[in-house]
Design a protein. Structure first.
Ligand code: NAD
Length: 344
């Protein structure tokens, strides 16, 4: 048996990991705190550490983990914008789960849009209070509207299929378009100008940071809806708030938020929310915020546990880990993995 430790544990995380860990010869010590410079010491003596989207895997954290004997960080997610790959190179191998269920995220994006547009969340609260009035619940037909999809990878493509089923006209932007897909690609500016709804499905990188900002919002149609199930910092949240107040943006469906780290996944109902932008955005009648839950389906959690445990097993057995990633291969550059089995 090999021992690993697990940060930022919630009850739903344990279900599939506990079911499968024996099969992969792994024992797990679960920790509730997030991984970061103040908690990294807890991993002392664990060669492998499992981490998640809001853990802070910066240089300081990496150095503490390395000094205490950790050699692998197995991310139990697809995105890796919270990892300082340069600091990790040569010290910690990083693996991830590149795909666990694009359907989970794409379906959640559409669920948010349908709820917000047709005011399902409001109708639910009303009818539970025996208020059967329809005032204020008017939506619009999705059929015939233009959906702009930014990022046509695994999730973007599933989302496009769902949109097509609703009779939406889909246009897309991706710097690496899939020419064989039949998707209608346009420039990013054209997408912002033509779309009635914009849905973000690209990773957070230096190029995509705040891609929705005052300038790009200015290009959009009045009343545009924005869906973000990717990463919060794709949207400049101050600009989003201003555009909601000015009624330039007609609706926002947000599963992620740029300052989510301290609040998402926690019960903050007895706490004063210090983030005025988040508090004001949530107060808007035309905004739905979910707490980074788009991935939360049985199928996705099963696949996350399975791939993470396989990544750890391959590390312990000294096998090639297909899902290893470093700052070279994450940029598309060639890294040593091809000749060397590992990124370094
Ligand atoms: P993917 O790698 O399959 O696709 C990403 C696509 O974005 C690629 O086609 C890529 O070419 C494109 N892209 C890269 N740079 C771009 C740019 N500057 N502008 C536009 N497009 C660009 O990834 P995926 O599995 O489809 O996931 C997409 C994102 O969804 C992830 O990066 C992650 O941030 C997010 N995600 C969120 C959740 C959640 O629970 N909310 C779960 C999983 C993934």
């Amino acid at each position: 048996m090999n021992r690993i430790c697990f940060f930022d544990t919630k009850p739903y995380d344990r279900v599939f990991f506990d079911q499968m860990k024996g099969e992969y010869g792994i024992e797990i010590e679960y920790f509730e705190p997030k991984l970061g410079p103040k908690t990294a010491f807890m991993a002392k003596g664990f060669e492998a550490v499992v981490a998640f989207v809001n853990d802070s895997i910066d240089k300081e954290t990496i150095d503490i983990l390395y000094q205490n004997g950790t050699r692998l960080i197995a991310m139990r997610c697809a995105g890796y914008n919270n990892v300082d790959f340069k600091a990790a190179y040569g010290k910690l191998h990083i693996t991830r789960v590149p795909e666990y269920s694009p359907y989970a995220v794409a379906e959640h994006a559409m669920a948010l849009l349908l709820s917000l547009n047709r005011k399902i969340h409001r109708a639910y609260s009303r009818t539970r209070d025996f208020n059967f009035s329809l005032n204020g619940l008017m939506g619009f037909d999705l059929h015939g509207k233009t959906m702009g999809v930014i990022g046509t990878g695994k999730i973007g493509k599933v989302f496009i299929n769902i949109c097509t089923g609703f009779g939406l006209k889909v246009i897309a932007y991706d710097p690496y378009p899939d020419e064989k897909s039949g998707i209608e690609y346009v420039t990013l500016d054209e997408l912002f100008r033509q779309s009635d709804i914009v849905s973000l499905h690209c990773p957070l990188t230096k190029d995509t940071f705040h891609m929705v900002n005052p300038e790009t919002i200015n290009m959009m149609k009045k009343g545009v809806y924005i869906i973000n199930t990717s990463r919060g910092a794709l949207i400049d949240s101050e600009a989003l708030l201003e555009a909601l107040k000015a009624e330039k943006i007609g609706g926002a469906c947000l599963d992620v938020y740029e300052e989510e780290t301290e609040v998402f996944y926690e019960d903050m109902s007895y706490t004063i929310i210090r983030d005025d932008i988040l508090a004001r955005v949530i107060s808007m009648p035309n905004v739905i915020v979910t707490s980074h839950q788009a991935f939360l389906t049985k199928e996705a959690l099963h696949n996350i546990a399975e791939t993470t445990l396989i990544n750890c097993r391959k590390y312990f057995d000294d096998n090639v880990i297909e899902n290893e990633i470093c700052y070279k291969c994450s940029r598309g550059d060639s890294c040593l993995r091809k000749e060397n089995k590992r990124c370094f």
